[in-house]
Design a protein around this ligand. Structure first.
Ligand code: ATP
Length: 390
């Protein structure tokens, strides 16, 4: 931990049953713009020092949630507590939070040092302390020695680091980051993802990160909140969200998935694709002793290609596309479903194959409004991709 964390006051943190402390708690928060309800009954907490990501497609309400925390927007109702105190009554400039935006808006007429020092100068901090704190912040973001550069003499990635240095110079308890890597190219974005995570650990402060990029969320977060149309769909660790999606929307949004209709017939027993399979789930409580219709998720990378007849399900390869590390194959299953498989070894279009998977790769979800229409065949786009046969 660095000096940047010292804010003089001993934090008053809320502890839950598991012993973890919550720096922020949001309960039943709603927000509408005119007739459009953009946040519905938002309830979650943020643990102290965690990296929490709000993930969802454009317009799902993640930025509005962040803006309410920052004090740039008001909630219609609900509770937002910070260290157990009502945050909504605290003016934006007095909140112990700072925001980093996608458009980092550095001052072009100032050099890197003066951009980072800007808020300290406003607060009339002594010259000596400004120098120490700016150098420390620049070191944290990997820009030691860049103080004299003008902002048009540095790269996009370096500008984003300056924006982060400018935000952490105020020693916030929580850093809010709104798609901060959105303007960077893919390679730079991936490097910055790792660095941001390291920075968060080193600083020992809480990061609340907004993105629509599921891979980014899975790479960096301790906790992910998946949102859709202003409603929280699931809260969990990256592993939970990926391996145990709560509904078909989350399964589909977080990576590729095969979602097949099934029926839980007993604990550890699920019927789909015309066969009964052993799985690792028990019946949902609402089923009682009855069989219960469910959605079954199997990730493409969890399906193994075997010889026809020696596997769970047989089918004909419909299309194949090289994705860099693996091949993505669409298989027309004899069970009437279309399956997607990821494998490092390609199979020819038109070839007959068998497909197997392990019990712990069969994920069971409750039926929901997001349950897919299973009557669909592969799209025209898939058919066109067939042209790329290898
Ligand atoms: P994006 O990734 O595109 O920023 P988001 O998930 O962060 O999307 P928000 O920016 O929170 O979504 O917006 C949620 C909804 O609220 C959108 O439909 C948006 O158009 C609307 N909205 C946001 N701010 C305002 C505003 N000031 N006035 C009216 N509508 C707004």
């Amino acid at each position: 931990m660095t000096d940047l964390q010292k804010d003089g006051k001993k934090p008053q943190l809320l502890e839950d049953a598991t012993g973890s402390t919550h720096i922020i708690e949001i309960k039943n928060m709603n927000k509408s713009f005119g007739d459009l309800q953009v946040l519905s009954n938002i309830t979650f907490y943020i643990r102290n020092n965690e990296f929490l990501t709000l993930l969802g497609p454009s317009g799902c309400g993640k930025t509005t949630t962040l803006r309410i925390l920052a004090g740039f927007e008001t909630a219609d109702n609900g509770i937002v507590n910070f260290d157990g105190h009502d945050l909504l009554r605290v003016p934006a400039h007095k909140r112990q939070l700072n925001t980093v935006f996608q458009r980092y808006a550095l001052f072009p007429h100032l050099n890197v040092f003066d951009n980072v020092a800007f808020s300290l100068r406003l607060k009339k901090v002594s010259k000596k302390e400004i120098r120490t704190r700016v150098e420390e912040a620049l070191e944290t973001v990997g820009l030691s020695g860049y103080g004299n550069r003008w902002v048009d003499q540095i790269s996009g990635g370096q500008m984003q680091r300056v924006a982060i240095a400018r935000a952490i110079i105020n020693r916030p308890r929580v850093l809010l980051l709104d798609e901060p890597l959105g303007a960077l190219d893919l390679k730079m974005r991936k490097e910055m993802q790792i660095e941001l995570k390291e920075m968060q650990r080193e600083l020992g402060i809480t990061f609340v990160y907004v993105t629509h990029d599921q891979e980014e969320a899975l790479t960096m977060s301790d906790t992910i909140i998946v949102m859709k149309d202003g409603v929280i769909q699931q809260i969990g660790t990256p592993t939970d969200i990926y391996n145990e999606p709560k509904n078909a929307y989350v399964a589909d949004f977080i990576g590729e998935s095969n979602i097949i209709p099934g029926t839980m017939t007993a604990d550890y027993e699920v019927l789909f694709a015309g066969k009964t399979f052993t799985c690792v789930d028990t019946l949902f409580p609402e089923a009682g002793a009855e069989a219960l219709p469910v959605d079954v998720v199997i990730r493409p990378e969890d399906i193994y290609v075997k010889d026809e007849g020696s596997a769970h399900i047989n089918g004909t390869v419909y299309s194949i596309v090289f994705k860099g590390v693996h091949y993505e194959m669409v298989v027309d299953g004899d069970d009437g479903f279309t399956w997607m498989i990821h494998d490092v070894d390609p199979v020819k279009v038109g070839q007959r194959i068998g497909m197997t998977f392990d019990p712990d790769d069969i994920h069971i979800m409750r039926k929901s409004v997001f349950s897919p229409d299973h009557t669909k065949k592969p799209s025209v786009q898939d058919a066109l991709l067939q042209e790329l046969d290898v």
